[in-house]
Ligand binder design. Structure first.
Ligand SMILES: [Cu+2]
Length: 187
């Protein structure tokens, strides 16, 4: 009887989805917050995730806090006549009622400014998202491979790849620099 109960418990454990990496507060769900692995030279990196608002009122991601970088900002990358530039958006990111917003390369993202150390694949970093209405939500950023692309990324991915060379200071340039360091074995 005991043996049966134990094995049933183990079966239940293993039945949990392995990739579950969601955070919820009130009507908001944050799916798979991640960053890409950086080189030791990288001073900054982007943080990405999908935020879904299941409520009936709009909310805004207005800030991010954490201890692994000097500053955390909400950024928007925009195409200005073919030149991709990013800027801090003080007003944050609107998460409209009933919609999902994907923070991703080439669009809204969180910027880690002044990293304490390089982000290595497989590591996790704690941070807190601050929403205008929902308040604070502790999350964990997972560090993915330097060339990681989210499964549900749409055409904006190709867009981001195209603009690598015209990027200014960006998480893209950091990751770009990483191509020659350690991953391909050229060094
Ligand atoms: Cu940025």
């Amino acid at each position: 009887m005991i043996r049966y109960a134990l094995s049933a418990a183990f079966a239940a454990l293993f039945a949990l989805p392995a990739a579950a990496h969601d955070f919820t507060t009130g009507d908001l769900t944050v799916e798979h917050p991640y960053a890409r692995a950086t080189t030791s030279q990288a001073q900054m990196a982007g943080g990405f995730m999908t935020i879904t608002n299941n409520g009936t009122e709009s909310d805004r991601l207005i800030g991010v806090e954490g201890a692994f970088a000097r500053d955390f900002q909400v950024h928007l990358t925009e195409d200005n006549d073919g030149v991709m530039r990013m800027r801090e958006v003080e007003a944050g990111v609107e998460i409209p009622a009933g919609e999902s917003v994907e923070l991703m390369r080439g669009s809204y993202h969180v910027m880690f400014m002044g990293l304490d150390n390089a982000l290595a694949e497989g590591e996790t970093y704690d941070a807190t998202l601050i929403f205008e209405n929902a308040g604070e939500l502790p999350i964990t950023f997972k560090v993915e491979a330097f060339n990681y692309q989210p499964e549900h990324s749409d055409g904006s991915m190709a867009h981001g790849e195209m603009s690598h060379d015209s990027m200014g200071h960006d998480e893209d340039s950091d990751n770009h620099a990483g191509h020659g360091h350690g991953h391909s074995g050229h060094d």
